[in-house]
Ligand binder design. Structure first.
Ligand code: AHR
Length: 644
């Protein structure tokens, strides 16, 4: 049974730790030194250049109420059983008004309805209108510009102007204001800007649209955007993009996950309805219980990849719904196959192609890089056995249209007359199970069969984000990924993002947590960031003996820099002394040690304590081939050792 360390040093003290003080932590048990031997001159297998990446989907308010920077929730006025979700009527003073859904008028075919605000009486200081609570608040920062817009229709402009305001929930104080003059006639889009002053950052705010005269206004698609990553219009939250960049990913598996499939056949990810102007995107029912605006649509996924200098792993819908239905292979499936072919053209085609031209019209003439296409998601759930034939139909058509891309199957397809280049394996396991699973791929045959994509994996402990025990399980698992990266071409943890507000999440644990204003990284995030940020292109010959049964390691070499990257994971409550034999390392070298430590398996970071477990850096001098090193209890160490 694991014990918490009895006397844990302060975080400040930890950052100053030397080799000697490392050895004193967890000193209650003194195992004999393990012997680790590494021969950097003998590379036994390659490391995939794309090994570490990210997987995403709309779950836990990952996009709406998360990465997608939109601040207005339910911006298209979708009704629920008692009203219009997240919206309320504003009636200041003696103003008299009501609002209702009007199913007969909207600004586009995609958005055919609207909210109708009828104002019987209103005046300056006694205004009437609508208020929106945002996604668990409207986050505001000082001296910041927020760009807003809405569609409106009025028969008589005298009801206006419309005033847009940001108001603090606790004080009722107005933090920013803008006026918009209306024009009578058909639906038009109006824009406004709200600029905050010297306010304290907070998320306890709401947004209002009001008028000061009697009359009627129809509203639809109300939007408010804060500054975004790289100032991209309709773009992403800056803090979350920065955290993803610091994970050192090489790819993004998109758009899901179950989000690709939907609960029912009609809920499939129909990418053509997620591109173009927002007013032409109807949104769709996503499987994780809530509506997706598709404001973060296919082009935004691709621009997200571009911003992070990574490439998409494009999952195409393959005709299976989560409730168990499937589209029959053959003519019924053909429209979906054609949709996939069109989708790949939208991603990669030049502007002379139909869908490449559409992408250019949508604002991105340059094609995106692509190497991998995944057909479906988790089709082992399809108990009808139709995936073999569905995969074959997609594979034949895609290979004919695009022979250059590698195809990923979501499960082996023994009865299919087309075989995948790669199979996607998923693992969600307790940390202890994950540790017992670390050597799984060591035994898999290299002589035949497809490569492996571990497209979803996580050690399941901690909520809403993984605790340190999960980080230990994850780090242990990653040593297996690295050692077997001749076979495992890519791997991505899942899920990536979670809005930690009550009611916002459907799955736990998740790698990065946030509320409307702040975000934090979990211990597992830091483990991944360290592993992915310190990885070579080859695995040298190595062996270990005498280590505890909760000790794991991997070693890679960067052939360009000559730096050896050693990963040492001690998931035990006892320290692990080691004699590390680095063959051929004759001169003294300084090793850089990145150390992640938790006081117990249960220790974790949270939105209120984001920095409890963060990597510390220290150095140790290695004087020759043999290095005496101790890995403290409950520790993940990533060590860079220059070899020349
Ligand atoms: O990552 C959460 C879910 O787990 C994914 O949507 C699905 O593919 C898997 O079952």
């Amino acid at each position: 049974m694991l014990r918490s360390l009895t006397s844990r040093p302060s975080l400040a003290a930890l950052s100053l730790l030397t080799a000697a003080s490392f050895a004193s932590i967890g000193a209650q048990e003194k195992p004999a030194p393990a012997q680790l031997t590494v021969d950097p001159a003998k590379i036994v297998s390659p490391v995939s250049p794309m090994l570490y990446g990210m997987m995403t989907e709309e779950i836990n308010h990952a996009f709406d109420g998360g990465l997608y920077a939109e601040l207005i929730s339910n911006r298209t006025f979708r009704p629920i059983f008692y009203g219009i979700d997240r919206w309320e009527l504003v009636r200041e003073g003696n103003a008299d008004a009501h609002f209702e859904i009007d199913k007969s008028s909207g600004p586009s075919t995609a958005l055919p309805t609207s909210v109708k605000l009828t104002v019987a009486s209103a005046a300056q200081g006694s205004e009437a209108g609508l208020s929106n609570v945002g996604y668990w608040g409207v986050p505001l920062r000082p001296h910041t510009t927020y760009k807003g817009s809405f569609y409106a229709k009025v028969d008589d402009a005298a009801v206006g102007p419309v005033t847009a305001r940001l108001i603090n929930d606790k004080t009722g104080v107005q933090l920013a204001e803008a006026h918009v003059t209306l024009k009578a006639g058909p639906w038009s889009q109006y824009e406004f800007t709200l600029i905050t002053g010297a306010i304290a950052p907070s998320q306890a705010n709401h947004f209002e649209l009001t008028v000061a005269h009697p009359g009627t206004v129809w509203f639809q698609l109300v939007s408010l955007m804060p500054p975004t990553y790289r100032n991209t219009p309709n773009g992403n939250r800056i803090d979350l993009m920065e955290k993803m960049a610091a994970l050192h990913p090489h790819f993004l598996r998109l758009p899901g996950g179950n989000y690709l499939e939907g609960d029912r056949l009609e809920d499939w990810y129909n990418w053509k309805q997620t591109i173009g102007p927002l007013v032409d995107r109807p949104g769709h029912q996503a499987p994780w219980t809530y509506w997706s605006t598709d404001g973060l649509g296919l082009l935004e996924f691709l621009e997200w990849c571009e911003d992070l200098k990574i490439e998409p792993v494009l999952a195409v819908y393959a005709g299976y719904a989560l409730h168990g239905d499937h589209i029959n292979p053959g003519k019924d499936l053909q429209p979906y196959v054609q949709s996939a072919i069109d989708e790949v053209q939208y991603v990669t085609g030049d502007v002379s192609t139909k869908w490449g031209a559409q992408r250019a019209k949508d604002g991105h003439p340059t094609p995106f890089p692509l190497h991998y296409i995944e057909i479906g998601n988790e089709d082992w759930f399809d108990k009808s056995g139709s995936y073999d034939a569905r995969f074959a139909q997609f594979a034949k058509a895609l290979r004919q249209a695009y022979p250059q891309y590698k195809l990923i199957a979501t499960t082996p397809v023994p009865k299919s007359d087309a075989q995948p280049d790669v199979v996607d394996d998923h693992y969600y396991k307790l940390p202890s199970e994950m540790m017992d699973f670390v050597h799984h791929y060591d035994k898999v045959s290299r002589t035949s069969g497809p490569k492996i994509f571990v497209g979803e994996w996580a050690s399941m402990a901690g909520s809403p984000t993984p605790n340190f025990g999960a980080a230990l399980g994850d780090a242990a698992f990653m040593t297996g990924l690295e050692r077997n990266s001749d076979l495992i071409v890519m791997a991505s943890y899942a899920p990536l993002l979670v809005n930690v507000n009550p009611g916002a999440l459907q799955w736990t644990p998740d790698l990065i947590g946030y509320d409307a204003l702040n975000s934090y990284a979990s211990p597992s995030y830091y483990a991944q960031s360290l592993f992915a940020g310190h990885i070579g292109d080859g695995t040298p010959e190595s062996s270990i003996s005498g280590a505890g049964n909760r000790f794991f390691y991997s070693v890679t070499l960067d052939s360009k820099t000559g730096v050896l990257h050693l990963k040492l994971v001690n998931a035990s409550s006892a320290e692990q002394p080691m004699t590390i034999d680095l063959k051929g390392l004759e001169q003294p070298h300084m090793a850089s040690i990145y150390w992640l430590h938790g006081g117990s398996y249960e220790a974790t970071n949270s939105i209120t304590e984001p920095n409890l477990i963060i990597p510390k850096q220290t150095y140790e001098r290695i004087t020759g081939e043999t290095w005496q090193h101790t890995v403290p209890a409950l520790s993940i160490q990533v060590i860079d050792i220059p070899t020349h």
